[in-house]
Write a new protein. Structure first.
Length: 423
């Protein structure tokens, strides 16, 4: 027996007559299941033709009656409308509108506009409109309008405002107290959904090629730490940060973490934690520069003062590749008075070493790259005044991805012991 649909009021057009709950003498199940011949779920003609769909129901013509099956929230009902034929079927749209209106009325405006409640909790938790707007990644005026709309909807004031801070009114405190457990449950449900996806999908971690593999964790190490499969994506720090900022969670491959070099321009949607440092060393031709003689093996470990290298050309990367890091180094050069002539640095590290070996200039490279050696080239550390001339290694993730943040912090702690770079 059909169960009653709670809270549904249907207004039928007079031309259709009145609905009755009595079933016809016999239903032909085979004909009732026959699909519509009109397309788009529209009206049909004759016994067993489907005349409409949508709004969670199915209507069909059975022996001169319109049968409308409605299912919603575990409840269902069957309504028979007498005297339906092809001409009268146009009134099915009127009936459908009535059903949709009844359903919509069962959902409160506050629930339909749940972003108002999210905004309310952000202000309640921070005590500031500016901080709440930053947390929600919107500007302050739209946030203010959301709070005003919610207060108007509820008919109460939720905050008392001063020039420095906002405080909850008694009504606001009660609303916040009731809402927080609800949103905790929503977050828990989303977390469970994410975890179910993580059991099958590999975690995608980006790594910058500006750092040598010797200071980056291997895929096998990451998989052992995370207990799941990992895919490595090699891109520049700038490209990785752009991908994180423009994240598409519906994409086939979703970048979740990135090991990058700093300084880099961090988008507003991204945050990071530093896990190590890779200081720059200078590489020079073993035969010496400008007839000054060769560098002795016994002196290879002695620090070099860049300013003493005079006008020796420096192989250097173009600013477009990493503006933040380029500007950082330029500030250090200018502060020390180091202004060497520049030559564009080859993309391939082996070609760079070859050109240094022939005496065309010197280069500054991360310490981790010293594992790649070439005859005719030596490497020296820089003097103490150049301590800031270093690449800071960091893990980056999206601010709105709590799972990625927790994993990043766990990896950061493990990487402090794993990586051989300077801490």
């Amino acid at each position: 027996m059909d169960k009653p649909l709670r809270g549904l009021v249907i207004a039928l057009p007079v031309e259709l007559g009145h609905a009755h709950a009595a079933k016809p003498e016999r239903e032909d199940a085979q004909s009732a299941a026959k699909p519509s011949q009109t397309g788009h779920g529209g009206c049909g003609n004759g016994d067993g033709r489907r005349i409409g769909g949508g709004c969670g129901g199915l209507a069909s013509v059975i022996r001169g009656h319109v049968k409308l099956l409605i299912a919603d929230g575990g409840y269902s009902t069957t309504i028979f409308i007498s005297g339906a034929d092809q001409e009268n079927c146009r009134y099915f749209d009127t009936l459908k509108v009535s059903i949709l209106s009844a359903r919509s009325a069962a959902v409160t405006p506050e629930f339909r506009n749940h972003h108002l409640l999210v905004s309310f909790l952000a202000v309640a938790d921070t005590g500031h409109f500016r901080e709440a707007a930053a947390r929600l990644h919107i500007s302050q005026p739209p946030l203010t309008r959301r709070i005003q709309a919610l207060e108007q909807e509820l008919g109460v004031s939720l905050f008392t405002r001063t020039t420095r801070r906002v405080a909850l009114t008694p009504a606001g405190e009660q609303l916040a107290r009731r809402l927080r457990p609800c949103f905790d449950e929503i977050e828990a449900a989303c977390q469970e959904a994410r975890m179910s996806r993580q059991t099958t999908a590999p975690m995608v971690i980006g790594m910058t090629p500006a750092l040598d593999d010797s200071v980056l964790p291997s895929r096998s190490w990451l998989e052992a730490q995370l207990g799941r499969s990992v895919e490595i994506e090699r891109r520049s720090s700038r490209e990785l940060l752009t991908r994180l900022a423009k994240q598409d969670y519906d994409a086939a491959i979703t970048l979740q973490l990135a090991l990058i070099g700093l300084p880099s321009q961090l988008p507003a949607q991204v945050e990071s934690v530093e896990v190590g440092r890779d200081p720059l060393w200078v590489i020079l031709p073993e035969a010496g520069l400008d007839g000054k003689g060769s560098y002795q093996a016994s002196a290879q470990a002695s620090p070099v003062e860049l300013c003493e290298l005079g006008d020796t050309p420096l192989f250097w990367f173009p600013r477009r590749e990493n503006p933040e890091y380029f500007d950082h180094c330029e500030r250090l050069f200018q502060r020390a008075g180091y202004r060497p002539p520049r030559r564009e640095e080859p993309q391939d590290h082996h070609r760079l070493l070859a050109r240094v070996a022939t005496g065309e200039g010197i280069a500054l490279v991360p310490q981790s790259f010293l594992a790649t050696r070439r005859d005719g080239v030596i490497a020296r550390p820089l003097s103490a005044r150049w301590a800031e001339l270093t690449t800071r290694i960091a893990i980056a993730w999206r601010r709105d991805n709590d799972d990625a943040r927790n994993i990043a912090l766990r990896l950061a702690e493990a990487l402090q012991e794993h990586t051989p770079v300077q801490q």
